[in-house]
Design a protein around this ligand. Structure first.
Ligand code: PGA
Length: 217
């Protein structure tokens, strides 16, 4: 499993470096079996990158403001172009898909996610070069999560969509993201086809992030 911490633009230099040092020391003392990734603010990438070097924790980047589809009206072709550019630069893109509350109420969640996968996954990606995250917009930063049944439905659907498009689809990790925390992580990570979590708010606290990582194994 992969546990990814998306710090978004939270924290200045002192906060980010303290958090990175805390995670490196936790990883040295009690290494989890899952893969670990943190995505600090763009302004801190170089410094956090050198703190993480040689540790079990990988470094990821992000746009300099989060929620790109919802708040910046990024379209499927834009997401695909960015993911393809990332692949070309030797990066592993995390492509996020997910429905709004209104789309979920209208029972359009599968068609929305299916459309986003069809339109925004890079065409050339293979397993190991791509991570997909199911991030229902209404669950991001709200403290609300879908039921485990709902998560299982969407993740199985995403797996089936990957089978149509990607070589070795079972090896593509599908993360769940949206209000994952230290209390609900074990239950969510136990759902079929959930290969990890993309954690926002709870990744800003070293102890919470570590509890989530340990829940992943
Ligand atoms: P959250 O954010 O965990 O704070 O809900 C998730 C995300 O946007 O990746």
């Amino acid at each position: 499993k992969l546990i990814a911490g998306n710090w978004k633009m939270n924290g200045l230099r002192a906060d980010g470096t303290a958090l990175a040092r805390d995670l490196v020391s936790r990883a040295a003392k009690s290494p989890p079996t899952c893969d670990l990734l943190v995505c600090p603010p763009a302004t801190l990438l170089a410094e956090i990158g050198s703190l993480l070097a040689g540790s079990r924790i990988a470094l990821g980047g992000q746009d300099c403001h989060a929620e790109r589809r919802q708040n910046h009206h990024e379209s499927d072709p834009t997401v695909r172009a960015k993911a393809t550019a990332g692949l070309g630069a030797g990066l592993i893109p995390i492509v996020c898909v997910g429905e709004t509350a209104a789309q979920r109420d209208a029972k359009q969640h599968l068609s929305v996610c299916g459309g986003q996968i069809a339109g925004s996954l890079p065409e050339i990606a293979g397993a190991g070069q791509l991570v997909v995250a199911y991030e229902p917009v209404w669950a991001i930063g709200t403290g609300r999560t879908p039921t485990t049944t709902d998560i299982a439905e969407v993740h199985a659907f995403i797996r089936a969509e990957l089978k149509k498009r990607v070589a070795n689809p079972d090896a593509v990790r599908i993360l769940y993201g949206g209000s994952v925390n230290a209390k609900n992580a074990a239950e969510i990570l136990g759902v079929a086809n959930v290969d990890g979590a993309l954690v926002g708010g709870a990744s800003l606290d070293g102890a919470s992030f570590w509890t989530i990582a340990q829940a992943a194994g």
